[in-house]
Ligand binder design. Structure first.
Ligand SMILES: [Zn+2]
Length: 207
């Protein structure tokens, strides 16, 4: 097949895993995939120790670092709206999330943004990975977060509201990119306040 990233023809050889177990077929070539840089798995959350988000998130794990290859991938996926690209990391996402015991909750986009972006990019990554998920959050505002200081951002009113029933269980928040961590912490806090017992976060990219 043709690589979704560079267009060159590549072969994905049959493996025992593909025959015996479930494995998602690669949609990009080895050369393209080698340009992405695997991230250190778990994040240090000590930045949030003295904020009122302390303890909201139990862990954050990212799959990849933000490098040039990832920058152009994100541009093509998010801004040029190439939905097929959701499949590039499908197998990696599946392997990481399947190990977790928890209900997967994608970080939602604001409805206004969904109109301009045409598809829900975070949801599509999970759909490609064949993972079930629940929409339990709705984004309430699109405040210009960048202009505020980190402290102001952390203490701003919640960006999300809980829309479904939250139980005393583990939830796995999923987002495409983790930059300042504000989004994830806001989401984790509202879910914990609604009754969740543990919140783990997983992102494709560490910004
Ligand atoms: Zn390629």
């Amino acid at each position: 097949m043709n690589c979704l990233l560079c267009g060159s023809i590549f072969q994905s050889p049959p493996t025992w895993r593909k025959l015996l177990l479930y494995e998602i077929e690669a949609t990009s070539c080895k050369r393209c995939l080698s340009k992405f840089e695997k991230a250190d798995t778990q994040f240090d959350l000590s930045d949030f120790e003295d904020s009122h988000y302390k303890g909201a998130l139990n862990s954050v794990t990212a799959l990849y670092s933000y490098n040039e290859a990832m920058k152009s991938y994100l541009h093509q996926y998010k801004f040029l709206q190439d939905v097929a690209l959701a499949s590039v990391f499908a197998e990696e996402i599946r392997l990481l999330i399947e190990k977790r015991e928890g209900i997967v909750v994608p970080i939602p986009m604001h409805p206004d943004k969904l109109l301009t972006r045409t598809f829900a990019q975070v949801d599509e990554l999970l759909i490609s990975a064949g993972l079930p998920f629940q929409h339990l959050l709705v984004k309430t505002e699109t405040a210009e977060q960048g202009k505020k200081s980190k402290k102001e951002r952390l203490e701003a009113s919640p960006l999300f509201e809980v829309t479904g029933k939250v139980e005393a269980k583990t939830y796995v928040l999923f987002d495409d990119i983790y930059t300042t961590g504000t989004t994830m912490h806001h989401a984790a806090k509202v879910l914990k306040e609604a009754g969740a017992s543990k919140i783990e976060a997983i992102t494709l990219i560490k910004g």
